[in-house]
Design a protein around this ligand. Structure first.
Ligand code: C2E
Ligand code: MG
Ligand code: MG
Ligand code: MG
Length: 282
């Protein structure tokens, strides 16, 4: 659990007591959030730098708390991991994202890759591959449209097991992206062995502009390409950052400059106009 996360729990606990006067804690609220249907997904578009077309969406969870309003995942995912409820929450996220994507396809929207964030605990759980394949069966989504985003730190725990699981996903037709790349501890040895499709450069390298951070971004793009990986930059907020990434040959971008994470209805408009398979303006 990150230090800032802990502080947030304290703040929320305090706010909650003030608002409700009950003994209910933030933890208890979180334990009940799933069955109370307080979670929802927003989707952030991912774009090709070259064609400026929409090529994917990332599902991001939101918690609509009855008193506190919308709570960001950074403020409750670490706690969900600590409480062990990340398994049920994570399964809900996967099923909801696959279901929504299939709904769009069935409604005639051009198909898109949909990325889902996976906690390390989920990935390490022995039931996880079965859970994923069951969800794909239930929702009837073609696995080639599902991408799992895992953080770079997986490369330092149980490498043998992780390699096995990731290869299984690859055989199933699911792709893997390494999220927040550059901030963890991945060894280049594992990076080259893991069946990874995409590196997502951590947004801090863009946001904290410096010569060294530009060099790091350049190095990640070069290294990614030499390993035949696609490279996506997260957190693109302005034209200048886009220009830099374009000149460095980055493949894909995601960020507020193009679009914030959006509720499903708003995503539909974007898919209709910007997907490479879209027929164009109707
Ligand atoms: P992430 O997977 O690295 O997602 C990117 C985060 O950056 C998202 O925050 C997104 O809203 C935000 N972002 C996107 N573009 C920009 C930008 O241009 N500027 C800035 N400043 N931020 C931008 P969000 O949605 O709050 O999610 C935070 C983290 O929570 C995610 O980071 C991911 O690690 C985790 N998370 C989100 N949904 C899930 C989930 O369903 N399961 C799990 N296990 N973790 C999740
Ligand atoms: Mg992510
Ligand atoms: Mg990230
Ligand atoms: Mg993150």
């Amino acid at each position: 659990v990150k230090e800032e996360g802990k502080n947030n729990f304290k703040i929320y606990n305090g706010m909650l007591n003030k608002f409700t006067g009950h003994q209910l804690t933030f933890e208890n609220e979180l334990r009940h959030a799933l069955k109370r249907k307080e979670f929802s997904l927003v989707y952030q578009p991912q774009w090709s730098i070259k064609t400026k077309q929409l090529i994917g969406i990332e599902a991001l969870i939101r918690w609509n708390h009855p008193h506190l309003g919308l709570i960001s995942p950074s403020d409750f995912i670490p706690l969900a991991e600590k409480l062990g409820i990340i398994f049920s929450v994570g399964e809900w996220v996967l099923e909801e994202a696959c279901k929504q994507n299939k709904l769009w396809q069935d409604a005639g929207f051009p198909p898109l890759r949909c990325s889902v964030n996976i906690s390390i605990a989920q990935l390490l759980h022995s039931d996880f591959p079965k859970i994923v394949s069951n969800i794909l069966k239930r929702t009837q989504l073609n696995p080639k449209f599902l991408e799992l985003e895992i953080t770079e730190s997986i490369a330092i725990v149980k490498e043998g097991y992780i390699l096995k699981v990731l290869n299984r996903f690859k055989e199933m037709g699911i792709s893997i992206a390494l999220d927040d790349f550059g901030t963890g501890y991945s060894s280049l040895k594992y990076l080259s062995q893991f069946p990874i499709k995409r590196l997502k450069i951590d947004q801090t390298f863009l946001h904290e502009k410096s010569i060294i951070n530009e060099s790091i971004i350049r190095a990640i793009i070069t290294m990614g390409h030499s390993m035949n990986l696609s490279v996506l930059a997260e957190g693109v907020e302005n034209k200048e950052q886009l220009g830099f990434l374009e000149s460095e040959g980055c493949d894909e971008i995601q960020g507020y400059y193009f679009s914030k994470p959006l509720p499903p209805k708003e995503v539909e408009t974007l898919i209709r106009y910007y997907s490479p398979l879209a027929k164009g303006v109707e």
